[in-house]
Design a protein around this ligand. Structure first.
Ligand code: CUA
Length: 186
């Protein structure tokens, strides 16, 4: 190996090193750019469908008055569940729904941000005052699921629990025949 060969080798190594350094900076820049774009995009573009509610008048009129909370069997055979979260409970405290049935859960908050999580399912949403959460659910089999508030909402947060009782479809239809709104609150 001559002196010049050595010099050439060094120059090649330095060039390759510089290319990798540039490439890694470009990758970091690209990721920062993507994160910035998504952040600005989400903050400035409203979601496709936003439903609002007024926490101050929830109990007085509209969809979330107390007499309208609970499960309803719709004409098409599906079920709509309406619920609210407030410091520190859910209303209704116990939700009853049929198995093997398309269910729409509609819920909101009467005060601060709460979370609604149904254990053993992929249902996990925030209840934000002023907005209606609307989620499709379907339970395969009868059973009970706990429904904790999963968003810190104040000193009573740990005690904010509800329950979802999934019953046989026929049993639910029988229950629904007599009443407009169903719950399993004792
Ligand atoms: Cu409600 Cu935590």
């Amino acid at each position: 190996m001559t002196e010049t060969d050595h010099g050439v080798g060094e120059a090649v190594a330095a060039r390759i090193e510089r290319r990798w350094a540039i490439l890694s900076i470009v990758i970091v820049g690209l990721l920062v750019g993507m994160a910035t774009f998504i952040g600005i995009h989400q903050a400035t573009m409203p979601q496709g469908r936003v439903e609002t509610s007024d926490p101050k008048t929830l109990h007085l009129s509209g969809e979330f008055v107390e007499s309208n909370l609970g499960s309803t069997l719709e004409a098409d055979g599906s079920v709509t569940v309406r619920a609210i979260g407030q410091q520190y409970s859910f209303t209704p405290q116990c939700i009853v729904v049929p198995a093997e049935t398309p269910i729409t859960l509609r819920a909101t908050s009467a005060d601060v941000v709460h979370g609604l999580l149904i254990e053993g399912t992929n249902i996990n949403t925030m209840l934000v005052p002023g907005y209606v959460a609307d989620l499709p659910i379907r339970f395969k089999a009868p059973g009970e699921h706990v429904m904790p508030c999963q968003e810190f909402c104040g000193i009573g947060h740990q005690g904010m629990w509800g329950k979802v009782k999934v019953v046989d479809k026929a049993a639910f239809t029988k229950l629904a025949a007599g009443r407009r709104r169903l719950t399993c609150v004792d």
